[in-house]
Design a binder for this molecule. Structure first.
Ligand code: K1U
Ligand code: ZN
Length: 174
Protein backbone atom coordinates (compact mmCIF):
# COMPACT_ATOMS: atom_id res chain seq x y z
CA UNK A 1 0.00 0.00 0.00
CA UNK A 2 1.29 3.44 -0.96
CA UNK A 3 1.38 5.93 1.94
CA UNK A 4 1.09 9.74 1.65
CA UNK A 5 4.45 11.48 2.27
CA UNK A 6 4.42 14.62 4.46
CA UNK A 7 5.87 17.76 2.87
CA UNK A 8 8.01 20.26 4.82
CA UNK A 9 7.08 22.38 6.77
CA UNK A 10 5.14 20.02 9.03
CA UNK A 11 5.53 19.76 12.83
CA UNK A 12 5.57 15.92 12.58
CA UNK A 13 8.86 16.14 10.63
CA UNK A 14 10.49 18.12 13.47
CA UNK A 15 9.74 15.69 16.34
CA UNK A 16 12.18 13.15 17.83
CA UNK A 17 10.77 9.66 17.07
CA UNK A 18 10.18 7.12 19.85
CA UNK A 19 12.18 3.86 20.13
CA UNK A 20 10.42 0.67 18.99
CA UNK A 21 10.22 -1.76 21.98
CA UNK A 22 9.70 -4.82 19.77
CA UNK A 23 8.89 -5.61 16.15
CA UNK A 24 5.20 -6.45 15.84
CA UNK A 25 3.27 -7.66 12.76
CA UNK A 26 1.81 -4.15 12.50
CA UNK A 27 5.32 -2.63 12.31
CA UNK A 28 6.43 -5.26 9.76
CA UNK A 29 3.42 -4.25 7.61
CA UNK A 30 4.35 -0.58 8.03
CA UNK A 31 7.94 -1.33 6.89
CA UNK A 32 6.56 -3.16 3.80
CA UNK A 33 4.26 -0.24 2.99
CA UNK A 34 7.13 2.24 3.45
CA UNK A 35 9.31 0.23 1.03
CA UNK A 36 6.50 0.20 -1.60
CA UNK A 37 6.05 3.96 -1.08
CA UNK A 38 9.82 4.56 -1.41
CA UNK A 39 10.18 2.52 -4.63
CA UNK A 40 7.08 4.14 -6.10
CA UNK A 41 8.22 7.74 -5.32
CA UNK A 42 10.97 6.90 -6.50
CA UNK A 43 13.49 7.24 -3.70
CA UNK A 44 16.37 5.42 -2.05
CA UNK A 45 15.23 5.88 1.56
CA UNK A 46 12.24 6.77 3.74
CA UNK A 47 11.80 7.35 7.48
CA UNK A 48 8.61 6.66 9.46
CA UNK A 49 8.10 10.36 10.46
CA UNK A 50 7.81 11.17 6.72
CA UNK A 51 4.61 9.11 6.64
CA UNK A 52 3.37 10.61 9.92
CA UNK A 53 4.54 7.79 12.23
CA UNK A 54 6.68 8.94 15.17
CA UNK A 55 8.59 5.65 15.64
CA UNK A 56 12.25 4.83 14.99
CA UNK A 57 11.95 2.95 11.70
CA UNK A 58 13.71 3.62 8.40
CA UNK A 59 13.82 1.78 5.08
CA UNK A 60 16.39 2.10 2.32
CA UNK A 61 17.73 0.56 -0.87
CA UNK A 62 20.61 2.39 -2.52
CA UNK A 63 21.28 -0.24 -5.24
CA UNK A 64 20.46 2.04 -8.17
CA UNK A 65 20.17 0.96 -11.83
CA UNK A 66 18.30 -1.56 -13.99
CA UNK A 67 20.75 -4.48 -13.77
CA UNK A 68 21.32 -4.50 -10.01
CA UNK A 69 19.77 -6.81 -7.44
CA UNK A 70 17.53 -4.83 -5.08
CA UNK A 71 18.57 -4.76 -1.42
CA UNK A 72 15.57 -3.53 0.59
CA UNK A 73 16.52 -2.92 4.23
CA UNK A 74 14.20 -2.06 7.13
CA UNK A 75 15.95 -0.85 10.29
CA UNK A 76 14.28 -0.45 13.68
CA UNK A 77 16.08 1.74 16.26
CA UNK A 78 19.10 2.35 13.97
CA UNK A 79 22.14 3.92 15.66
CA UNK A 80 25.45 5.12 14.24
CA UNK A 81 28.05 3.49 16.48
CA UNK A 82 31.18 4.60 14.55
CA UNK A 83 31.96 7.20 11.87
CA UNK A 84 34.97 7.66 9.61
CA UNK A 85 37.13 10.78 9.92
CA UNK A 86 37.02 11.03 6.13
CA UNK A 87 34.12 13.14 4.90
CA UNK A 88 32.06 13.01 1.71
CA UNK A 89 29.84 15.62 0.05
CA UNK A 90 26.69 14.52 -1.80
CA UNK A 91 23.98 16.48 -3.59
CA UNK A 92 21.10 15.28 -1.36
CA UNK A 93 17.38 15.29 -2.01
CA UNK A 94 14.40 14.48 0.21
CA UNK A 95 10.96 13.12 -0.62
CA UNK A 96 9.55 15.61 1.95
CA UNK A 97 11.22 18.52 0.07
CA UNK A 98 10.47 17.68 -3.58
CA UNK A 99 12.74 18.90 -6.40
CA UNK A 100 15.27 20.58 -4.09
CA UNK A 101 18.88 19.33 -3.99
CA UNK A 102 21.84 20.66 -2.02
CA UNK A 103 25.37 19.61 -1.08
CA UNK A 104 25.65 18.12 2.41
CA UNK A 105 28.95 16.93 3.93
CA UNK A 106 28.85 13.87 6.20
CA UNK A 107 31.23 11.08 7.31
CA UNK A 108 32.18 8.91 4.29
CA UNK A 109 31.57 5.64 6.18
CA UNK A 110 29.44 4.76 9.21
CA UNK A 111 28.85 1.61 11.23
CA UNK A 112 25.17 1.20 12.08
CA UNK A 113 23.50 -1.11 14.62
CA UNK A 114 19.77 -1.85 14.25
CA UNK A 115 17.04 -4.41 14.87
CA UNK A 116 15.80 -6.21 11.73
CA UNK A 117 12.22 -7.28 10.87
CA UNK A 118 12.73 -10.49 12.91
CA UNK A 119 13.84 -8.54 15.98
CA UNK A 120 17.49 -9.69 15.53
CA UNK A 121 20.32 -7.22 16.15
CA UNK A 122 22.39 -6.37 13.05
CA UNK A 123 25.55 -4.36 12.55
CA UNK A 124 27.14 -3.25 9.27
CA UNK A 125 29.54 -0.63 7.95
CA UNK A 126 28.20 1.39 5.02
CA UNK A 127 30.08 3.68 2.67
CA UNK A 128 29.34 5.84 -0.38
CA UNK A 129 25.67 6.50 -1.12
CA UNK A 130 24.53 3.91 1.48
CA UNK A 131 26.38 5.85 4.22
CA UNK A 132 24.94 9.19 3.06
CA UNK A 133 21.41 7.80 2.87
CA UNK A 134 21.42 5.96 6.22
CA UNK A 135 22.66 9.15 7.97
CA UNK A 136 19.98 11.24 6.19
CA UNK A 137 17.28 8.76 7.32
CA UNK A 138 18.54 8.59 10.94
CA UNK A 139 18.48 12.41 10.98
CA UNK A 140 14.74 12.21 10.14
CA UNK A 141 14.26 10.21 13.39
CA UNK A 142 15.83 13.15 15.26
CA UNK A 143 13.52 15.65 13.55
CA UNK A 144 16.39 16.92 11.41
CA UNK A 145 16.16 17.64 7.66
CA UNK A 146 19.05 18.00 5.20
CA UNK A 147 18.18 21.71 4.81
CA UNK A 148 19.14 22.15 8.50
CA UNK A 149 22.77 21.83 7.29
CA UNK A 150 22.32 24.86 4.98
CA UNK A 151 22.46 28.58 5.81
CA UNK A 152 19.40 30.15 7.43
CA UNK A 153 18.76 32.17 4.26
CA UNK A 154 18.80 29.11 1.95
CA UNK A 155 16.58 27.22 4.40
CA UNK A 156 14.11 30.10 4.49
CA UNK A 157 13.94 30.29 0.67
CA UNK A 158 13.35 26.53 0.39
CA UNK A 159 10.70 26.61 3.13
CA UNK A 160 8.85 29.41 1.30
CA UNK A 161 8.91 27.34 -1.92
CA UNK A 162 7.47 24.35 -0.05
CA UNK A 163 4.70 26.45 1.56
CA UNK A 164 3.74 27.60 -1.95
CA UNK A 165 3.90 24.02 -3.30
CA UNK A 166 1.59 22.80 -0.54
CA UNK A 167 -0.84 25.69 -1.16
CA UNK A 168 -0.89 24.94 -4.92
CA UNK A 169 -1.39 21.20 -4.32
CA UNK A 170 -4.24 21.90 -1.86
CA UNK A 171 -5.91 24.18 -4.46
CA UNK A 172 -5.51 21.53 -7.19
CA UNK A 173 -7.11 18.95 -4.91
CA UNK A 174 -10.00 21.25 -3.93
O1 K1U B 1 14.58 10.52 3.01
C1 K1U B 1 14.13 10.78 1.91
O2 K1U B 1 13.39 11.72 1.77
C2 K1U B 1 14.53 9.96 0.71
C3 K1U B 1 15.71 10.53 -0.04
C4 K1U B 1 16.96 9.85 0.44
C5 K1U B 1 18.28 10.47 0.11
C6 K1U B 1 18.61 10.86 -1.18
C7 K1U B 1 19.83 11.40 -1.47
C8 K1U B 1 20.77 11.52 -0.48
C9 K1U B 1 20.45 11.14 0.79
C10 K1U B 1 19.22 10.60 1.08
C11 K1U B 1 15.49 10.24 -1.53
O3 K1U B 1 15.41 9.13 -1.93
S1 K1U B 1 15.38 11.60 -2.59
C12 K1U B 1 15.23 10.85 -4.22
C13 K1U B 1 16.52 10.32 -4.73
O4 K1U B 1 17.56 10.69 -4.26
C14 K1U B 1 16.53 9.33 -5.83
C15 K1U B 1 15.41 9.02 -6.53
C16 K1U B 1 15.46 8.08 -7.56
C17 K1U B 1 16.62 7.47 -7.87
C18 K1U B 1 17.76 7.79 -7.18
C19 K1U B 1 17.72 8.72 -6.16
ZN1 ZN C 1 14.55 12.93 3.58
Amino acid sequence: MKLPILIHPDPRLKKVAAPVPDVTDELRALADNMLSTMYDAPGIGLAAPQVGVGQRLIVLDCEKGDDVTPRPLAMFNPEVIASSDEMNTYDEGCLSIPDIYADVTRPEAVTVRWMDVNGAEQEETFDGLWATCVQHEIDHLEGKLFIDYLSGLKRQLITRKMVKLKRDRAREGA
